[in-house]
Write a protein that binds this ligand. Structure first.
Ligand code: CP3
Length: 346
């Protein structure tokens, strides 16, 4: 039974027919799982990322506990700025904090394009261990932050609703912004290549803050760099672009060579399909907060989502990361509804 499910996600990304829709959840390895909280009590965040045995255990937890069709590497998008020479802290209940952000030309003296095989060797070690422990049960998704989203943190120095300091940096010092974006892009190409060589079956680029830009600025500050990455990676492994809020550019993203596009809940599946065209796999788009609704509502709304997307060229997922206050039962209800859904007799 399990082996038949092995490659559902990879099949969907290739555009092949599947006997059912594959499902995983963004941020599925995380704080809504009591088993994760237990590990979290003993080790710091980056300690968990940097210890392959811990990263492997956390990565596999949702596969065992929830029954998702793919594992996603436990790590963070901010390990890349860290490897480039910036200090990154994760402050409990506040989120990321970078005490010395990039704001002026002189700040570039502190950052560099790292040798990812040295600086991020703990990631490739974790991937090898995960692949070994997964024993081909489900595929492993590698990932990186998209250059624009990483610039947001590297310049702003913390999370933000508007990332206004990061945007001001782009609009006041565009040459520096492009220099930084190119450094991140070059690092990310090497990093994702290393992840794939270590065993990642597919990779996702998270552009969580893509939606903060106008369509024109998204093209300039984000899509250009995403395109470079996809161009270099696409023949090594299928690539998924998730640019939250950037629905206006789905058509352009569909032309990059990506195998899949993640979409959030603010666009209907029908519109997303219209913009992205029929040939690409779509992934999404359940409102993560709706997992807080009573289970019968979750089941009803999940079925509605499945009917709207249809069975082909589709990976079921949330429209953004799972929230920490979602109970395991509710996450399971979402996943089981997808696994049990019969497209012929709904
Ligand atoms: O998907 C997975 O389960 C794999 C692991 C993963 C983490 N972060 C673990 C994590 C992934 C894919 C990420 C990506 C990530 N990290 C993004 C892009 C996706 C998104 O949600 O938009 C972003 C913007 C970050 C940066 C980041 N890391 C923030 C803003 C925070 C704090 C707030 C939050 O969402 O938790 C983190 C910390 C973080 N990364 C945690 C986890 C499990 C929580 C910290 C903890 O448990 O102590």
């Amino acid at each position: 039974m399990e082996t038949a499910n092995n490659h559902l996600l990879l099949k969907a990304l290739k555009g092949e027919e599947t006997n059912r829709v594959p499902v995983w959840m963004m941020r599925q390895a995380g704080r809504y799982l009591p088993e994760y909280i237990k590990i979290r009590e003993k080790y710091g965040f980056f300690e968990r990322c940097q210890t392959p045995e811990l990263a492997a255990e956390i990565t596999i937890q949702p596969v065992d506990i929830i029954g998702v069709d793919a594992a996603i590497l436990f790590s963070d998008i901010l390990v890349v700025p860290q490897a480039m020479g910036l200090e990154v802290q994760l402050i409990e209940s506040k989120g990321p904090y970078l005490p010395n952000p990039i704001r002026i030309e002189k700040d570039f003296n502190r950052i560099y394009i790292p040798n990812v095989h040295e600086k991020l060797s703990y990631v490739t070690a974790a991937i090898k261990l995960i692949k070994n422990n997964l024993n081909n049960r489900v595929p492993l998704i590698g990932f990186a932050g998209a250059p624009w989203t990483l610039l947001c943190y590297m310049v702003q120095g913390s999370g933000s609703k508007t990332f206004d300091t990061a945007k001001a940096f782009c609009y006041q010092q565009p040459e520096l912004a492009h220099r930084l974006l190119q450094m991140i892009t070059d690092t990310t190409i090497e990093y994702l290549t290393a992840q794939i060589e270590a065993g990642a079956d597919t990779v996702q680029l998270f552009d969580s803050w893509g939606g903060l830009l106008s369509k024109a600025d998204f093209e300039i500050y984000s899509l250009r760099y995403i395109s470079q990455i996809v161009e270099k990676i696409k023949d090594k492994a299928p690539t998924i672009i998730f640019a939250k809020g950037a629905w206006h550019s789905l058509q352009e993203m569909s032309k990059t060579g990506a195998a899949g596009l993640g979409i959030d809940w603010c666009i209907t599946p029908e519109k997303a399909r219209e913009f992205a065209g029929t040939n690409i796999c779509l992934q999404g788009n359940f409102d993560p907060a709706k997992l807080l609704a009573p289970i019968p509502i979750i089941e009803r709304e999940t079925k509605a989502m499945l009917r709207s997307f249809g069975k082909k060229n589709y990976i079921a997922n949330l429209g953004h990361g799972i929230l920490p206050n979602v109970s395991v039962d509710h996450a399971k209800a979402f996943v089981n509804t997808i696994k049990e859904f019969d497209f012929k007799n709904y």
